[in-house]
Design a protein around this ligand. Structure first.
Ligand SMILES: *Cc1c(COP(=O)(O)O)cnc(C)c1O
Length: 343
């Protein structure tokens, strides 16, 4: 039985071309800055997102932590959505490692933070208050149905930040999904943020890695924190090789995942006992709720599993499905049939 794994786009396996690229990568010691494949990859990545410089890190979690440590000293504050991946899913790293104070404001259903909420969260100069340093955005927004923030929205956050001399960091784990979904150049999303990271290991299908991009000065400072966290890698060109293929070949095809997610969402909307907010499905992530009490969440997972379909439970009766490379239209048909056959 073919397993259709919709738990995450991180389950994607490297393409044959990526495996070749790993095999053929020209290598050196990247801690000395001497891995030619890394250097080529980093230049490509920076150029693609319109920043001066970039470096590779092991994961999106490390990218977020490195960037936040670079901007915020102990006790300083970062304004963060209450559904941010950084807040919910990164083991509290900013607090545990950096003693960074998260100032949470609500994420709206479309993944944005209200501009008035941001303004109200920025602290004045008062010895009682932590110093505000940073505003973090997430695009696409994982917990908000993979919503894509528009470049214009990000610009308006950038303007507030500038006025208050704060930095803006964009957790762009899936920024290319946003760019493809809205038909915009990725540079439009980054023109008013100070730094951005994105994942190679999700929809872009590379096996490992994320990239941090920003000014040369920022990257040089952030480099210290990557080292501090044990993130200095050696012949990491074996990771950058597939990363180059990811950037060259895997970006435009994300559109396919978005078509498949919408098709899947329409299918789910027809299943009695399940509820889904169809209009929110914009990229490759969808959530649905189990409304029927004829079935427990565990039953649902087990029955799907028995039919070769894997999905992720993210709440009491809430589930997530993510489309990705390797999931084709006929697999979506099969998943919908599996749901129809569940009793
Ligand atoms: C997956 C994800 C990350 C973390 O990436 P890892 O490589 O899994 O550490 C960060 N932010 C968002 C929005 C993500 O979806």
């Amino acid at each position: 039985m073919k397993i259709i794994d919709l738990r995450s786009d991180t389950v994607t396996l490297p393409t044959d071309e990526m495996r070749q690229a790993m095999f053929n990568a020209v290598l050196g010691d990247d801690v000395f800055g001497e891995d030619p494949t890394i250097n080529k990859f980093q230049d490509m990545a920076a150029e693609l997102v319109g920043k001066e410089a970039a470096f590779l890190v092991a994961s999106g979690t490390m990218a977020n932590l490195v960037c936040m440590l670079t901007y915020c000293a102990r006790g300083e504050e970062a304004i963060l959505g209450d559904k941010a991946h950084i807040f919910l899913n990164e083991a509290g790293g900013i607090s545990a490692v950096g003693a960074i104070h998260p100032h949470l404001i609500p994420n709206q259903p479309d993944g944005t933070l209200q501009l008035d909420d941001i303004k109200a969260a920025i602290r004045g100069d008062n010895a009682h208050w932590p110093r505000t340093r940073l505003i973090c955005l997430e695009n696409t927004h994982n917990r908000c149905y993979g919503a894509a923030l528009t470049p214009e929205y990000i610009d308006s956050v950038g303007a507030i930040a500038k006025e208050h001399r704060l930095a803006v960091y964009l957790d762009g784990a899936r920024i290319f999904n946003a760019a493809v979904a809205l038909g915009r150049d990725v540079k439009e999303f980054t023109r008013n943020v100070d730094s951005i990271s994105f994942c190679l290991s999700k929809g872009l299908s590379a096996p490992i890695g994320s990239v941090v991009c920003g000014t040369r000065e920022f990257i040089s400072e952030a480099h210290r924190y990557r080292k501090l966290l044990g993130g200095g890698m050696r012949q990491a060109g074996i990771i950058a090789g597939p990363g180059i293929i990811a950037l060259e070949r895997m970006v435009e095809r994300l559109a396919e995942d978005h078509v498949n997610a919408k098709k899947l969402a329409r299918g789910i909307s027809q299943i009695p006992g399940l509820s889904i907010d169809l209009v929110r499905v914009q990229t490759n992530i969808l959530y649905f709720d189990l409304k029927s009490d004829k079935m427990t969440p565990d039953d649902l997972l087990q029955q799907l599993d028995a039919r070769g379909v894997k999905i992720l439970q993210t709440g009491n009766r809430r589930f997530r499905m993510v489309t990705h490379y390797g999931i084709r239209s006929e697999h979506i048909d099969a998943v919908i049939v599996a749901f129809q056959n569940i009793s």
